[in-house]
Design a protein. Structure first.
Length: 291
C-alpha cells in the first residue's frame, strides 16, 4: 500500500461511509470511490466490505488495520518534523473551532493577520467535531473543553458566559417550567449547557435539536423554545430575553491547542498569537462577569 492507499483505507474504516471519508480528506465522494476500487485492484484483496449501513472491515482489513495506523503515525510524525521547521511566514494554516467563536471573534482576527502577513492563508473550519491535531486534520484547535493527550501544547485563553434565552412568548411558560427546549444532538448531551437546560427545566419537552449554536440561535428567534446560548451573541438580538435565576447561567473556558511539533512554526505561531490577542481583547464581551 502506498500513502494514498493507506489514507483511503483508514478514512473509510474510521468514518464508515464514502461521503464522510471523502470530507475528511477534502475530496469528492466519486473520487473516494475510485480510490477504493483502484486500491483493491492494486493490492489484490478486499479490505472493506459494503453493507446496508456503510463500510465494514473484512477479516484481512481487520488484520492490517493496526499496521496501517502505525504506518500513518510514522508518516505524520515525519511530516510534522519537516513542516515544524518551516521558518517562512507564509503558507496554509488550518484552524478549527466551534461556530460560537468562529464568526465574530476568530474571523476578524484572521482578516487583520492577513493584512500583516499576506502570505499566510488560514483555513477556518467551524466544526462541532474535534478534528485531530496529531493526524494533521488541523494545525490549531480552539475548543470549549480541555485537550487530551501529551502531544498537544495547550493553554486556557479565555472564557464564554452562557445563559438561557427565549422570545417573549416563552417567558411566562418558562416560569412554570412548561417550555420546549432548543438543544444539542445526543452526541453532545454531556456538555454543560445541555445539562443546564435539563437542570432548570427537567420536565420540558425537546422542540429542536442542532449542534450548531448559530442554528440554535435562529431557531430560538423563530420561537422554537428555550436555548442555552453564548451571551455575547444572544444579547445582540433584541427579540431574545435572557432568563435569569440562580441556576440559569454558566461560564465555559476556552482552550487553544497546537501539536507540539508545530507550535514553533512561525506561521502557526502567528495565527495562534492573533487568535489569543483577539480573545483577550474581547474578554469582557465574551464573559462580562470577568470585568
Amino acid at each position: 500500500m502506498d500513502w494514498d492507499d493507506l489514507r483511503t483505507f483508514l478514512a473509510i474504516a474510521r468514518h464508515g461511509t464514502l461521503s464522510a471519508a471523502a470530507r475528511s480528506l477534502g475530496v469528492t465522494q466519486p473520487t473516494m470511490g475510485r480510490r477504493l476500487a483502484a486500491m483493491e485492484k492494486r493490492i489484490g484483496a478486499r479490505l472493506l466490505q459494503r453493507t446496508p449501513t456503510g463500510y465494514a472491515l473484512t477479516p484481512p482489513g481487520e488484520a492490517v488495520l493496526g499496521n496501517a495506523e502505525r504506518a500513518e503515525a510514522e508518516v505524520l510524525a515525519a511530516e510534522r518534523a519537516i513542516t515544524g521547521r518551516d521558518v517562512a511566514l507564509e503558507g496554509v494554516v488550518r484552524l478549527t473551532t466551534v461556530d460560537t467563536l468562529a464568526a465574530r471573534i476568530v474571523a476578524p482576527a484572521l482578516a487583520a493577520l492577513q493584512d500583516k502577513h499576506p502570505g499566510i492563508v488560514v483555513e477556518l473550519v467551524p466544526d462541532t467535531r474535534s478534528l485531530s491535531l496529531s493526524k494533521r486534520e488541523a494545525d490549531i484547535a480552539l475548543r470549549m473543553t480541555r485537550f487530551e493527550g501529551h502531544e498537544v501544547a495547550t493553554r486556557r485563553v479565555g472564557a464564554v458566559a452562557i445563559g438561557l434565552y427565549a422570545t417573549a412568548e416563552w417567558i411566562e411558560p418558562a416560569k412554570r417550567g412548561d417550555v420546549r427546549l432548543v438543544t444539542v444532538l445526543d452526541d453532545q448531551a454531556h456538555l454543560p449547557e445541555a445539562k443546564l437546560l435539563r437542570e432548570v427545566f427537567p420536565n420540558a419537552s425537546i422542540g429542536f435539536r442542532s449542534n450548531s449554536r448559530e442554528v440554535q440561535l435562529h431557531a430560538t428567534l423563530a420561537g422554537a423554545g428555550v436555548a442555552a446560548l453564548a451571551c455575547y451573541r444572544a444579547d445582540l438580538e433584541p427579540s431574545l430575553v435572557r432568563l435569569k435565576n440562580s441556576k440559569s447561567e454558566l461560564v465555559r473556558d476556552i482552550w487553544l491547542g497546537v501539536h507540539i511539533d508545530m507550535r514553533h512554526m512561525p506561521r502557526v505561531r502567528a495565527v495562534a498569537d492573533a487568535v489569543i490577542a483577539a480573545l483577550k481583547e474581547n474578554s469582557s464581551v465574551l464573559n462580562p462577569k470577568a470585568r
